[in-house]
Design a binder for this molecule. Sequence first.
Ligand code: MEV
Length: 343
Amino acid sequence: MIHTSAPGKIIFFGDHAVVYGRPCLSIALAQRLHVYLKPRSDHRIFLEAPDLNPPVPRTEYPFKNRELSKRLDFFERSLRKFESRVSETDRKKGFEITTSSELAPGLGSSSATIVATIAALALHYNLQLGAEELFKMGCELTTEVNAAPSSGCDVATAVYGGFMRYVKDNVPRKLEWIDYPLIAVHTGKKANTAELVTRVHEKRVKYPSIIDGIFDCIGEIVEKAEKVLASARNPEGYQVIGDLMNMQHGLLNSLGVSTDEIEHLIQLSREVSYGSKISGAGGGDYLIALVNPNRLGEFRQKLHGHSIFEIQLSEEGVFSESGQFESHTARRRTPLVPSARVR
Ligand code: MEV
């Protein structure tokens, strides 16, 4: 049995502007998406994704159901990407894939699914894929299946893991993580990332210099945040980060990706935190707040009724949990991405 997993993500700073070449700071989460691949003795292929919404029951590939085939387009495209690189014999090796997710929607589960699936397929077909290849393939697949432009940030975070500075189409640079007291709050609404990214794109077409100015400003906040975060270990440092989060949120709001409900939650959370902002596309999903650990109880009370979790970093990106490489390494878990490759 092959077992791979990849982390979800939260964007700390730089949402949306990262699609247009500005930097972002992204955090790989402890919550992961797992892919289990069991080889079969025949050439048939089955897929089951009980945690998808709606769930995918055990189904044979090629999918006969049109709707399912559209939803799982990435899987068909992934297989096609491997076709040219795999021998005729290997290509006929059947398998069953089952996924299991610790990720709520809005935490990068689509990219984690793509990355963990192509990593499992590479192992199944005995292909040695390096991190950059996985990253490139993941970005290509995301672009092919998404109806909107994408930065590749979610894919980079799923592949490399850790706390990182990412610029579109570049290998991310890892940053030191100091257990920032960062809390994620679910807004109670599922966002449509493609729709929101398209909305920002349309605004940029209509008001190019203004929107580019906003992106530049978001980028400048990212640069400042990166510097401050390196030494923010006390309330004064946290307050600067909180201020930067608040400014960043204001700019995201001006792009049209906030809602009345989000603004209400942002106001509530700011009463008991250093600062808060949308994380990701906006429109729903998660917001994040930097909370003084002594005020966590108060924060929970204020945001009562909303699902909340403390952000825990995963230093590891995609890896194989099945130990196929155990003879090459003393580690139980085998990173598919050697950390030395992460610059
Ligand atoms: C979505 O998780 C983050 C966005 O910045 C889009 C992207 O980076 O592709 C909104």
